[in-house]
Structures are given as structure tokens and as C-alpha cells.
Design a protein around this ligand. Structure first.
Ligand code: KMH
Ligand code: ZN
Length: 310
């Protein structure tokens, strides 16, 4: 068993890229996002990974005006680290996708480390009615998606965001993405200590199982030595089991309705906070403690909540 450690819980509050609104618990309005983000922080999340949605259509949005109504509310009500997505939407350019993180000079933002198929089209057969008109086609046609994150895109995002001193959540969906990250570090694009999110269970990326997690971790050890911190995000039913495994292997965890609408097999979660409370309970019962936002800032070497622009 790993030594007793502080476990950082990230909560990805808002489904946007790959989570159709097939649960009333999934927040998409400004008020819902603010309320659920605050509740997730109160339940033990020290990092809040945030997307925004157009409030009229429910569609994923990278317009800073769709972030503005909730970011200050979250900052006023919690001390949690705000991490703004640069994934945004699978159809947008990297220039559009990084605008919210740059506009608000967040403490953290995501950085997707490779181009890939990114599909959730099997969900289209599972639902008969949809909350928003665009969702059925968006989901059904996702088998034609390429999530574009070329080396040029990564370089553009990193150099544009560099003046903001933002710590990246390097989302690695497969082993090759770790090598992409290593290449970028060797060329001076990213500085240690880096924070890697092993993303498991996306159709187009590595499967969510323990053998694969061990392989990802061993590969990262080989490439980055002590110069990295890591966390696991598993999509769908594997979310809590893989987070539990990661916490016992010395890693950190990400939960949230962005990656799974469920609290257990067949049962929808009532909120993001419910998932945070569940993983917190597990982490603590198995002998670790949960990092506070300031502990997360120290562990990840963040610039501080007083240096954001919202
Ligand atoms: N939900 C994750 C699998 C991003 O925001 O940049 C993908 C994600 C990407 O979180
Ligand atoms: Zn995201």
C-alpha cells in the first residue's frame, strides 16, 4: 500500500464535450454551475475544472461572456482552485478554445496532449428523448470527430498562455500522449513539476483498467522521474473504481458529472458534490487525507488565487 498522502480531488463540474444533458443534475446555466461548483468545493474538491455553456441553447461555449457570470461567484464563495477547460468543443480551433483561460488568467487550465478519435456515438442509441435539439445529432455524429491537438496547437496554446503563469492539467488519453508531453518538455514548452491527468475510458483513448493505469504510471515514471504529479479521470462507470485505485497508488483523483453522470452502476448522481463526497469518503477510509485548496496550490506549485483576472 502507498504511504499516507494528501490526495487532491478535482471536480469537473460541467459536462460539455462528451456529456449530453441526460440528467437533470448536470449543471448548464450560470446559476447551476456556480451553485454546484461551490457545493463540490465544500464537499472536498480543491480544484474545480470548468466548462461553460450557452444558456439559451445549452451548447458548449468558449465565449468568455458565458464564464463571466459564474467565475466571480465561485471565487467569492470558495477558496478552490479554478481550472478552466481549453478543450471547449471538438469542433473549435485552439485559438477559440484557449480564450477563456487567457481572458481570466486562471490558476490552472487543461492542456490536451494529442489528436485523437473522441467518440460517444454509442450513447445515441441509449436515449429516446433529448433535453436540447442539437444533442442527438451531435452525439450520433461524434464517430466522425477528430479531437485536434497537434504539436502546433499545443505550442500555440502554451506560448499564448505562458505570460499568465497558468499550471496545466496535461490531459493524456493514451501512452503516446505522455511521449508528446516529454517532447514538449524537452523543447522547453513546459516546466517541471508538471501535472498529468491520465484520462481513461474515452472511445478513442486507452481503456479504463488497472493494467493500463500501471502502464501509464510506469511510462510517466520513466519519462519524468520525480518531476511530475498525477491524477486519474476515468469516464463512465469506471470513474470511482479507477479513482480509488489511483489514490491507493499515490495519485490524485478527478470526479464530476463532466465525466460520469452516475453515482453507482445504474443510478444517476444527484450532484457533483455527491460524487466528491463519495470519493472523499473512500480516500479517507482507506487511510489518506484530502488536500485543501492551499495544500493543492503548494503541491502543484500554483501562482495563487489572488493572481487571477476575475
Ligand atoms: N472530460 C474529459 C475526458 C478538456 O476540458 O480540456 C476531457 C476534458 C478536456 O476535460
Ligand atoms: Zn473538461
Amino acid at each position: 500500500m502507498a504511504a499516507r498522502q494528501k490526495t487532491i480531488i478535482t471536480c469537473a463540474v460541467t459536462g460539455a464535450i462528451h456529456t449530453p444533458t441526460m440528467s437533470d443534475a448536470l449543471p448548464y446555466t450560470y446559476d447551476q454551475i456556480a451553485e454546484q461548483a461551490v457545493a463540490a468545493a465544500e464537499a472536498g474538491a480543491s480544484i474545480l475544472h470548468l466548462h461553460a455553456r450557452d444558456n439559451a441553447t445549452g451548447a458548449p461555449s468558449v465565449d468568455p461572456d458565458d464564464f463571466r457570470p459564474f467565475l466571480p461567484r465561485i471565487k467569492q464563495a470558495t477558496d478552490a482552485v479554478v481550472n478552466i477547460s481549453t478543450g471547449g468543443s471538438l469542433t473549435l480551433s485552439i485559438q477559440d478554445r484557449i480564450r477563456p483561460a487567457a481572458t481570466f488568467s486562471a490558476e490552472m487550465c487543461s492542456m490536451n496532449m494529442g489528436s485523437m478519435n473522441f467518440s460517444f456515438h454509442p450513447l445515441a442509441k441509449r436515449y429516446e428523448s433529448w433535453k436540447f435539439d442539437w444533442e442527438e445529432d451531435y452525439v450520433a455524429n461524434s464517430n466522425g470527430n477528430i479531437f485536434r491537438n497537434t504539436f502546433k496547437d499545443i505550442e500555440e496554446a502554451a506560448t499564448t498562455l505562458a505570460p499568465h503563469d497558468i499550471k496545466f492539467e496535461h490531459e493524456c488519453y493514451d501512452v503516446g500522449h505522455l511521449y508528446n508531453l516529454k517532447f514538449c518538455m524537452d523543447t522547453g514548452l513546459f516546466k517541471a513539476p508538471i501535472f498529468i491527468q491520465f484520462v481513461m475510458g474515452i472511445l478513442g483513448g486507452i481503456g479504463a483498467d488497472i493494467d493500463n493505469l500501471v502502464f501509464m504510471k510506469k511510462t510517466a515514471d520513466k519519462l519524468f522521474g520525480d518531476d511530475y504529479r498525477w491524477s486519474v479521470l476515468a469516464a463512465g462507470a469506471a470513474q470511482i473504481p479507477m479513482a480509488t485505485t489511483a489514490s491507493q497508488m499515490g495519485g490524485n483523483v478527478r470526479v464530476g458529472l463532466e465525466d460520469s453522470l452516475f453515482i453507482q452502476r445504474g443510478k444517476l448522481a444527484e450532484s457533483n458534490a455527491e460524487q466528491v463526497a463519495k470519493i472523499r469518503r473512500i480516500v479517507e477510509e482507506l487511510g489518506n487525507t484530502v488536500a485543501t485548496p492551499d495544500e493543492a496550490r503548494e503541491i502543484l506549485d500554483l501562482k495563487g488565487g489572488d493572481r487571477v483576472n476575475f
